[in-house]
Structures are given as structure tokens and as C-alpha cells.
Design a protein around this ligand. Structure first.
Ligand SMILES: [Zn+2]
Length: 81
């Protein structure tokens, strides 16, 4: 298992720091990582997901902005004034 906070390898057989979250058991190298994960589990799980994806979502969103059909997003703009 890998510590989701710092990325360190943790042996589930010897680790006493673990937490079950949404049906998955996460192991931690120490009490500090366990505390940080407990405080905000989603941020660490989301970060792990982002790192696994090569594409940068922020850049893609900016590139897609001009393609957004504003008349569909804001129907009021289509009204004849
Ligand atoms: Zn750690």
C-alpha cells in the first residue's frame, strides 16, 4: 500500500496507522499523515487522480472556453431586445 498523503510505501502487515474510507483501507507512514488525511480525505484522493492523468485539466478548460455556446448557456442573450 502507498501512503496517499506523502506517497511513501507502507506495509499493511506492520503499519498501525490506517483508516477505512468509503470502503477502502488507507495506510499511513505516521500519525501526521493519518491526521492530514482525516482532516480532508477528498483532497488527497483527488490529487492522486490528477497525478495519474497526463493531461492538465486546467489548461483543457481554458482551451475549451471560446467553444462554449454562450447563447445556450445564457438563453436570455438570444432574446431580441
Ligand atoms: Zn506519510
Amino acid at each position: 500500500m502507498v501512503d496517499p498523503v506523502c506517497g511513501m510505501r507502507v506495509d499493511p502487515a506492520t503499519s498501525k496507522r490506517f483508516l477505512e474510507y468509503k470502503g477502502t483501507t488507507y495506510y499511513f507512514c505516521g500519525p501526521r499523515c493519518l491526521e492530514r488525511f482525516t482532516a480532508d480525505p477528498e483532497s488527497f484522493l483527488a490529487k492522486k487522480k490528477t497525478e495519474a492523468t497526463p493531461a492538465k485539466p486546467g489548461v483543457n478548460m481554458l482551451a475549451a472556453l471560446p467553444a462554449v455556446p454562450w447563447t445556450l448557456a445564457f438563453p436570455i442573450a438570444r432574446w431580441p431586445w
